[in-house]
Ligand binder design. Structure first.
Ligand code: UTP
Length: 478
C-alpha cells in the first residue's frame, strides 16, 4: 500500500513537471521492472531538471558567460622560464611537510564515460605504460605508494566513479588487491547522474523501463564529495587538502610537493597548473582574469583574436592553458559542493547522439544529435575561490592524456610522451641517450612509478642505485 502511494506520488510529480512520458510503457513492465523504474525516477531532482530544461534547452541560455574585459591570469613561472628558484625550493619544502603531516589526499575523477576512447570498461583499467602495460589505476596507485614511502606518511586516495562504472571499478581494485595499497586508504565515491533529454527537454528512455541518465560532469565531483560523506571522512582523518587529477592522464604528478606548497603558502582555496599553449588555437581552456576573479574560458568560447593575440615579448598573450590539475581546500569543497544554490557550479549543455525508445516503443540509434546531456565543469569553481594560485607546469612532466583511440591524446601519443619524459629524466642524470628531434629514443623502456614518482625523486633514486641499468629495448627501471 505504501509503495503504491509512493509510486503514485512519483508519477504525479513527473506529470506535473511535463515528464509523464517516462511512464508511457509502465503497464507493460513486470513488477520488478516497475519498481526499478520508480526507484530510478525517485533519484531525479525534478526541480533542478526543470530549471536546466528551461535555461539550457528551451531558451538556449548558456549560463552567464561574459567575455568582457578579459586579461591573462597571473601565474608563477617555472625557474627555467624566469621564476625564482628559491621560491620553488621553499614551496617544495612546505609541500613536503604538508604531505608528511598526512593532511593531503589524492583525488581522481574517474566517473566519465570515456566514449571517445571506445574502450569497454572503466578508463582507469586501460593499459597505458609503454612496456609493462600497467593500467592507469595501477600507475596512480604506484605513484601514491611511492610518495607515501618518500614522505613517510599514509596517503588516502579518493576515487570518483559513477553508477555506470562503479561496480567494474571496485572489481578491478579487488582483483588487483588494491595495487598494494592498504584497502582502508582507498575510498570510492559515486557521483550523481542526471537525465538526458531530447531537444524539447523531454526525458529520454534508454529502454521501456530505464531512464537515459549520464554522469553530472567532473564538476559534479564537488557535490558528490559532500553528499557521499567523503568530506566528513576526510575531516575525521585530518585531511584538509586534495590533490585533484583526471583518470586519463598517466604522467600527472599525483602528489607534487611544489604545487602543494604554493597552494598552502598562498592560503589558496583552489590552485591550478597551467601549461603554455603549444600553439595559438590549441583546444584547451584559457586561464583568464576578469575583474579580480580567475576564470577558465573554453577554447570554443574564446574569441579567435584573443587566442592568437601576442604580447610585447612576442609570446601569446593568453598563454596559460588549463590541464585539469588542481589542489582543493576541503572547506572550499564543502562550500562549493554544498546546497547553497547561489554558490553552486553551473550546468552546461552538451548536444549528443543518445540512443532512445520512441513513442512506439522502438529503439532508435540516432544518426544526428537528438538530445542533450547536462554537465558541470570543475574549473567553474575557480571564480568562487579565494586566493587562487596558478603555477606553470612543464607539459612533458604532467600532461599527456588518453582521450581518443588514435592520433592526438591517444594511447600511442601518451606512451610516446611517457618514454620522452623518462628519457629526459635519464639525460638530467647524465645518461647519454640518442633520440629523434622530438626527444624519442629508437626503443621503448619504462621507469616504474614505484621507483620514482617525479623527476627530482628519480634523480635522487638513480644516484643511489647500484648497479645501474643498461638501457635498451623494453628495460624497466624499478
Ligand atoms: P572527459 O571530459 O574527457 O570525459 O573527462 P570522458 O567522459 O572521460 O570521456 P568522453 O568525453 O566520453 O570521451 C575528463 C575527466 O573527468 C572525469 C573523467 O572520468 C575524466 O577523468 N569525469 C568526466 C567524471 O569523473 N565525471 C563526469 O561526469 C565526466
Amino acid at each position: 500500500m505504501e509503495i503504491t502511494e509512493n509510486a503514485k506520488n512519483i508519477r504525479e510529480a513527473f506529470e506535473a513537471a511535463g515528464q509523464g512520458q517516462v511512464f508511457k510503457f509502465f503497464t507493460e513492465l513486470d513488477s520488478a521492472a516497475q519498481k526499478a523504474l520508480l526507484a530510478q525516477a525517485a533519484t531525479i531532482d525534478l526541480a533542478e531538471l526543470t530549471r536546466l530544461v528551461q535555461t539550457l534547452v528551451l531558451n538556449q541560455h548558456e549560463g552567464s558567460l561574459n567575455l568582457d574585459e578579459l586579461n591573462p591570469a597571473p601565474f608563477i613561472p617555472l625557474p627555467e622560464n624566469g621564476g625564482d628558484p628559491a621560491l620553488w625550493d621553499t614551496a617544495r619544502d612546505v609541500g613536503a611537510q604538508a604531505i608528511a603531516s598526512g593532511r593531503v589526499a589524492a583525488f581522481t575523477v574517474a566517473g566519465g564515460q570515456g566514449t571517445r576512447l571506445g574502450y569497454d570498461g572503466p578508463k582507469g583499467t586501460y593499459p597505458v605504460t609503454p612496456v609493462s602495460k600497467k593500467t592507469l589505476f595501477q600507475v596512480f596507485a604506484e605513484k601514491i605508494a611511492r610518495s607515501s614511502e618518500r614522505f613517510g606518511a599514509p596517503i588516502h586516495w579518493f576515487i570518483l566513479t559513477s553508477e555506470i562504472n562503479n561496480a567494474a571499478t571496485l572489481e578491478a581494485f579487488k582483483a588487483a588487491n588494491y595495487f598494494g595499497l592498504p584497502e582502508e586508504q582507498v575510498h570510492f565515491i559515486v557521483q550523481g547522474l542526471v537525465p538526458a533529454v531530447d531537444l524539447e527537454g523531454k526525458i529520454l528512455l534508454s529502454d521501456k523501463g530505464t531512464i537515459a541518465m549520464t554522469p553530472d560532469g567532473h564538476g559534479g565531483s564537488l557535490r558528490a564529495l559532500v553528499r557521499s560523506g567523503a568530506v566528513d571522512t576526510m575531516r575525521s582523518l585530518g585531511i584538509d587538502t586534495l590533490s585533484y587529477f583526471q583518470v586519463d592522464n598517466p604522467i600527472v604528478q599525483c602528489m607534487d610537493p611544489a604545487f602543494i606548497g604554493f597552494h598552502v603558502q598562498g592560503k589558496s582555496q583552489l590552485s591550478s597548473k597551467m601549461v603554455p599553449k603549444a600553439y595559438a588555437l590549441e583546444k584547451v581552456g584559457h586561464f583568464c582574469l576578469q575583474g579580480d576573479r580567475n576564470i577558465v574560458v573554453e577554447y570554443s568560447d574564446m574569441p579567435k583574436n584573443l587566442q592568437e593575440e601576442k604580447a610585447l615579448d612576442g609570446k601569446l598573450r593568453f598563454l596559460a592553458g588549463s590541464v585539469a590539475i588542481h589542489i582543493f581546500d576541503l572547506d572550499f569543497i564543502a562550500h562549493a559542493g554544498g546546497d547553497n544554490i547561489d554558490f553552486a557550479l553551473p550546468f552546461h549543455r552538451a548536444n549528443k547522439k543518445i540512443p532512445y525508445i520512441n513513442s512506439n516503443g522502438e529503439t532508435i540509434q540516432p544518426e544526428d544529435t537528438n538530445g542533450v546531456k547536462f554537465e558541470m565543469f570543475v574549473f567553474d569553481a575557480l571564480p568562487l575561490a579565494k586566493h587562487p594560485v596558478i603555477i606553470e607546469a612543464d607539459r612533458i612532466e604532467d600532461f599527456s592524456p588518453v582521450k581518443n583511440a588514435e592520433g592526438v591524446d591517444s594511447p600511442q601519443s601518451s606512451a610516446d610522451d611517457q618514454v620522452r619524459m623518462f628519457t629526459s629524466w635519464l639525460r638530467a642524470a647524465g645518461v647519454v641517450i640518442e633520440t629523434d628531434a622530438s626527444g624519442l629514443p629508437p626503443f621503448s623502456f619504462e621507469i616504474s612509478p614505484r621507483f620514482a614518482a617525479d623527476r627530482l625523486d628519480f634523480l635522487s633514486q638513480w644516484a643511489a642505485l647500484e648497479p645501474k641499468h643498461n638501457l635498451g629495448p623494453n628495460v624497466i627501471i624499478a
